[in-house]
Design a protein around this ligand. Sequence first.
Ligand code: E4P
Length: 225
Amino acid sequence: MRIYIDTANTSDIKRIITKFPVDGVTTNPSLLAREKMNPMAQLKKIISLLEKDMEIHAQVLSSSAEDMIIEADYMRRQLGEQIFIKVPVTHEGIKAMKELSKAGFNLTATAIYTPMQAVMAAKAGARWTAPYVNRLDMIGANGVQVAIDIHNILTQMKGKTGLLAASFKNVEQILKLAEAGAGAVTVAPELLEQFLYHPLTEKAVTDFTNDFECITAKGATMKGL
Ligand code: E4P
C-alpha cells in the first residue's frame, strides 16, 4: 500500500519524510490556503523536498473542462513530471479527465463519495480515485466500506486505476483498508505519527535499556564494547 502525506506544510513534510517510508504528498486547495503562501511557490517548495520517485498531487480550480485542461497543462509545465493532477468528479471534471489521460497526464480523481463516481473516473483514465472516508462517516455513511467497494470494483475492472483513499480520523480506518488491499492512502501528518504508537513498545525499549545499563554504564550501547 502506498502512503502519502496529506498536507501542504513543509515542516511537517520534512519531518515525516526523513523518518517514515512514504511515497509522496497530496494537497488540496484548502491545505494550500492554510500555508498563506503563493500556492504555486508552495508546491515548488514541497517538490524540492521530495525524492525523484515521489508523487505530488495538486488540484485544478477551473470550472469548465476546457479551462481545467489548460490549467493542468500549465501546472505540469511549472511543476514537472512528479505532478498528479487532481480533478473533481463533476461532469466537467470527467470530461477534462478523458482528454487529459489521452495526453498522458497522471490524474487523481478527487471529491469521490460514491463507487459509481470512481467507475466513471476509471473509465476516463484516472490513475487514482480518492474517496473521502471520514467525510462519508460524518454524513452517516460507512466510509471504509465505500472505499473497499471502490477497491473491489477497480480490481474487477483490471485497469490501471487504483484506490487512493483520503480523509481519515483514526488508524483503524486505514488498517481496514490495508487489510482489504487498498492501493494507497493519504494521511494527515498528526495521524501518520500515530501509526507506530503503542505504550508497551515504549516500555519494552525502556526496560531493555535499563537491563543493559545494569551490566555496562549509563548511556552504553553495543558500540565500543
Ligand atoms: C483529499 O483530497 C483531501 O486532501 C483530504 O484527504 C480530505 O481530508 P479531510 O476530510 O480531513 O479534510
